[in-house]
Design a protein around this ligand. Sequence first.
Ligand code: WQD
Length: 332
Amino acid sequence: MAILVTGGAGYIGSHTCVELLNAGYEIVVLDNFSNSEPDVIRRIKELTGKDFPVAAVNLLHAPDVSRVFAENEIEAVIHFAGLKAVGESVAKPLEYYHNNVTGTLTLLGAMREFGCKRIVFSSSATVYGADNKAPFKETDPLPAAASNPYGTTKLVIENILRDLCVSEEGWSAVLLRYFNPVGAHKSGLLGERPKGVPNNLVPFISQVAAGRREYLNIFGSDYDTPDGTCIRDYLHVVDLAKGHLKALEYKGAGAEAINLGTGRGYSVLEVLAAYEKACGRKLPSRQAERRPGDIAESCADASKALKLLGWRAELGLDEMCADAWNYEKNNI
Ligand code: WQD
């Protein structure tokens, strides 16, 4: 029996595949490689010494998805595959709803066809919207729509999974709400390699440190926070990957939303300082206007993950920056 990892060649998916294989799981990777490199599969195999099937499949092609289930005995699915650029989702909402929501419906249809009723879903802290107060709890009221179409696709899919679990006996869906995943595998073989100009803070700082970007724009320094810059709950991608194994082992029925965060927030300036320590030099930065859609603080109440999954983040900001820099300088 195997675990199907959709989006398994992606940033979080690849790190999760390594943890699954090292823990003795059989896996099948499904990825359309629209936002990931096939070489990542080679690196996962190199890191673990394990082999596994790879299906270069688009979740929108139902016959191809069914064939993956027909050809492999799938006991559960970890569903990462999806478009995830916030800014792009504002410009291309139809593509985001079609790819993320329709793709998930196709996946769930194949799961039901083959009697596979366990799913761990890659959701996001973005579902909390702008009206809740940090630290966010899973019981906080959710908005009808998130602050961008990407976040709303996550909300919609969470609702689909909740309704499915109510409608049919035997389904289990763990909805993992990630805060801000950063860092890379210690080996320097896996990490975050966004296409084009990085939207996110740490990949952008990495490229400044590598001399690929001239300076970091600090989006806003007049927020209601101790140093005026936004606070986020950054968590190491390897901690996040390990949280997925705990979610797989969770035997609860129905749909369960669980935050994966450290519970400790850091400001933009604190992250910049930690990264300068990691790379051993001051990095150029400039004050810039606030970025539309940003909120002052996003941080997890991480108590449910500890209580229900026995999971807590173990790696701190220094390791996140050191591992991110190690990956960047080894993959320039
Ligand atoms: C963090 C802080 C920026 C870049 C997003 C998605 C979320 C999740 C994680 C998928 C903010 C500031 C950033 C820069 C900056 N993705 N910043 N200069 O916005 O919290 O979350 O990524 O699930 O869904 O919304 O992360 O890293 O983009 O920004 O000052 O060049 O860094 O303003 O305050 P964010 P981020």
